[in-house]
Design a protein around this ligand. Structure first.
Ligand code: HEC
Length: 138
C-alpha cells in the first residue's frame, strides 16, 4: 500500500514535470520581439553586423582601427561632427549625401549616447583636498 502510494506520487510528479515542459514547448514557436535579438559582432572589426555595417566598415576602417569607432558614442549630430572634423583635418573623403546619411544612421542607432558609460561627478565635499590649491595662501 505504502509502495503504491509512493509510486503514484512519483508518477504524479513526473507527469507534472512533463506537462510543464510541454507548456514551455508550446511557446517555443512564438517569434521573439525584434529588439530582443542583439546583432552579432563581426569578429574582425567588432562592428555590430546589422543594417549598413559593411558600408561603415568600408569607409571607416581605412585609416584607423574600427575600435576607435566602436568605443565612441554619439547622436546623429555628434557623429556628423566627428565626420566633419575628420574631413577638415584628417583627409577623410567627402561622401555623397545618401551614403553619409546611411553611415550616420548606422552609427547613431548602434552606438548612441550611453549615460551609464560615465560615472557622475564626485560631489566637491567628497573630493580630497587639492594639493595645488592656492586658496589657503591668501
Ligand atoms: C582618411 C582617414 C580616416 C578615415 C577614412 C576615417 N577616419 Fe576617423 N579618424 C582619422 C584620424 C587621423 C583620427 C585621429 C586618430 C587619433 O587621434 O589617433 C580619427 C579619429 C576618429 C575617432 C575618434 C575621435 C575622438 O574624438 O576621439 C572616431 C570616433 C572616428 N575617427 C570615427 C570614424 C568614422 C565613423 C569613420 C567613417 C565615417 C572614420 N572615422 C573614417 C582618420 C580617418
Amino acid at each position: 500500500m505504502r509502495l503504491a502510494l509512493t509510486t503514484s506520487l512519483i508518477l504524479a510528479l513526473v507527469l507534472a514535470a512533463c506537462t510543464k515542459e510541454q507548456a514551455t514547448d508550446a511557446t517555443a514557436g512564438v517569434p521573439e520581439p525584434a529588439v530582443a535579438a542583439e546583432a552579432a559582432i563581426d569578429p574582425v572589426t567588432g562592428f555590430k553586423m546589422t543594417g549598413d555595417w559593411e558600408l561603415v566598415r568600408g569607409n571607416c576602417t581605412g585609416c584607423h582601427s574600427a575600435k576607435l569607432v566602436t568605443q565612441q558614442r554619439g547622436t546623429a549630430q555628434q557623429w556628423l561632427t566627428m565626420i566633419r572634423w575628420m574631413q577638415k583635418t584628417q583627409n577623410l573623403w567627402q561622401f555623397d549625401p545618401g551614403t553619409e546619411e546611411r553611415i550616420i544612421a548606422y552609427l547613431a542607432e548602434n552606438y548612441p549616447p550611453d549615460a551609464a558609460r560615465r560615472r557622475a561627478a564626485i560631489p566637491p565635499n567628497l573630493m580630497p583636498a587639492n594639493p595645488y590649491s592656492t586658496a589657503s595662501l591668501d
